[in-house]
Design a protein around this ligand. Structure first.
Ligand code: FPP
Length: 251
């Protein structure tokens, strides 16, 4: 494995520092700065999103090779519908663009593609591409590649409360049974471990992303624009994660 990693690394010494015993199982990323990356180059915002897709490809590969188990990428929030129509249409085409070139490799690499978010409201072409990828990779046992699309954490929490309330009213569960584990079962992330590491490019805020799930995640922020985010940045984040001591409230 180390050989494989150093093969791509520019700075070989960086790889030898990585402890393969302490790779975060679940890495979640808020990808930000596509628009500003484009603006800096006098390009339209959508050029930033295209370049951002390339970074998605690179980061998926490095996460897989390092042995990350779950990679969650915040690709479109429930608030992103407020953007100009052309930009939304472009963003909705990205999953199929990405899967057109990457799906075969994902299948071959045993990656399982999932969708985190509401299917309702997504254009048919976007949903079909994701459903096809989900179907073709559903039995894969390697990296879970979780696309947060049409996702909003508060909406997810509201749905969880509705779901639990319905089951209490119908007598399926009692109020006393409501605890953290039960709540997990009613969230869209049901069955997935919480993120160990949350990465955000360009801004220092959470923007309605996995608010319940990141209670004990390590947070890592970088001023890098998402399209410039490379395997070296990902490794830098992992190295910083490995230097942290996780206490979960204890001493
Ligand atoms: C935030 O940057 C980014 C997004 C809303 C879209 C993220 C999408 C990608 C990186 C590509 C996704 C690829 C696949 C395969 C689904 P911004 O536009 O808010 O940037 P700004 O804050 O600089 O304007």
């Amino acid at each position: 494995m180390l050989q494989k990693i150093s093969h791509w690394m520019k700075k070989e010494e960086q790889t030898t520092e990585i402890s393969l015993e302490n790779i975060p199982k679940h890495v979640a990323i808020i990808m930000d700065g596509n628009g500003r990356w484009a603006k800096k180059r006098s390009l339209p915002r959508i050029a930033g999103h295209s370049a951002g897709m390339k970074a998605v490809k690179e980061v998926t590969r490095v996460a897989d090779d390092l042995g990350v188990k779950i990679l969650t990428l915040y690709a479109f929030s429930t608030e992103n519908w407020k953007r100009p129509k052309e930009e939304v249409e472009f963003l909705m085409k990205l999953p199929q663009e990405y899967l057109k070139t990457e799906l075969e490799e994902l299948v071959e690499k045993n990656v399982q593609v999932r969708l985190l978010g509401s299917e309702e409201g997504l254009p048919e072409h976007t949903l079909n591409a994701l459903k096809e990828a989900r179907e073709r990779t559903k039995d894969n046992t390697g990296l879970i590649l979780n696309f947060a699309l049409n996702y909003g954490s508060r909406a997810e929490i509201a749905q969880m409360v509705q779901g639990i309330s319905r089951d209490v009213l119908s007598g399926n569960i009692s109020v006393d049974q409501i605890d953290e584990k039960l709540i997990d079962q009613y969230l869209l992330t049901k069955g997935l471990e919480d993120p160990d590491l949350l990465i955000r490019t360009k801004e220092i805020r959470l923007s309605n992303f996995m608010l319940w799930q990141i209670a004990y995640s390590e947070l890592w922020f970088t001023d890098v624009y998402w399209p410039d985010f490379s395997r070296e940045h990902f490794i830098e984040a992992i190295l910083e994660y490995q230097r942290r001591v996780r206490r979960y409230g204890s001493v």
